[in-house]
Design a protein. Sequence first.
Length: 491
Amino acid sequence: MSALTALTLKGALEGLASKQFSSEEITRAHIAAIEAANPQLNAYVLTTPEKALEGARAADARIAAGEARPLEGAPIGIKDLFCTEGVRSTACSKILGNFIPPYESTVTANLWREGAVMLGKLNLDEFAMGSSNESSAFGPVVNPWKSRGSNQPLTPGGSSGGSAAAVAADLCLAATATDTGGSIRQPAAFTGTVGIKPTYGRCSRYGIVAFASSLDQAGPIAKTVEDAAILLRAMAGHDQKDSTSLNIEVPDFASFVGKSVKGLRIGVPKEYRLDSMPAEIAALWDQGIAWLKAAGCEIREVSLPHTKYALPAYYIIAPAEASSNLARYDGMRFGLRQEGGTLTETYENSRAAGFGAEVQRRILIGTYVLSAGYYDAYYLKALKVRRRIADDFEAAFTEVDALLTPTAPSAAFGLGERVADPIAMYLNDVFTVTTNLAGLPGLSLPAGLDSTGLPLGLQLIGRPLDEGTLFSLAGAMEDAAGFRSKPEKWW
Ligand code: GLN
């Protein structure tokens, strides 16, 4: 059965369509793989095998009747930030307790409408705040990858650590994820998978637990560039329930994979060459540049002068929006409630018991930067910086068609290594937060292994709504990189 879990989404859809195996078979293979792996990896916080098998049988009936839809019978995993009707959805926070949503997020509804099968809900940092999956109320996810000759458990990255680990360990064909400051791309880079955060507004945010509403975007984590394109097309689309979702056509993203990239102009932002960047990351970046050159692209150095302000601006804007969004968790309507002598005490007790340390830190920072007297000095200033960062990109895109950067400043690090130092944790997001601030699409693809055998990712950044060019470039780089490595199975 393991051969079935090793398939790509594309390969599985072809095998299902040509009746080489049934959806029930491939779904059962994944359920068995999850049962064997999850005690070690902790990628799923809830499995829904009965629901999955019911969906698989319905898919098989449709295939038999010649009525297969685009994702018919494909078992996938869902980040536990997406509300799923009748299935516990927690954002991996204690404050949501056993919240069972009476509604379905639009992105997941889109996937079910196309025939996908849900295996379960995937672990993440609490409310998607983090870069290592260690702030989850369900405990960290363990990266399926290990450094050569070492047994140290590594982070799969965050916040979509469960999604990335599950895809890398073949515990689903692909997964949904979300990205507010890098949460799709950094975990993809740490696990040798492909992830794309589309343009802000491509996917509806309806039914996704809100972190920072002006930055949050859903996207896929997948085994290949083509799989990511297939899943993104199904996830995306206009939704009247989200006023920021764009009312525009969703292209067939997969048709861009394999297209020639000859003549495209690729920008290499000089400000992203950090002094502290490990030599291996710099070398990988150069390798990526060489691959694109060989594919016929023209490489140009570009300047994004406000880059150094991106991280501070992000860590003001995101907590500000979070402090506002999380005000709704007061012990009255959802999940956990800790009684106190007065109403205010009940609020305080519930929030103190329900939110973990990192989420509390964000609420405190966010409340501070929005308070009278500090609003202008911090929040308003950060919004101005955000505008400058977007303008930098706009100027660069008059000269180039896409940008190439590393995804993260390091490979996967050890669990526990950075929990005591929030700033060290935040520094992980240095290459990813800029695209969220500017609303641009960013894709991470695996480009090679470091000297200890851990995967490293490169990031492509595109013009608004130009995911197509990113898929063409990523396809060309995937071919050149020939990255086929999987983690050695130890679980
Ligand atoms: N690591 C970033 C943060 O902690 C980004 C998280 C995300 O994209 N959801 O805010």
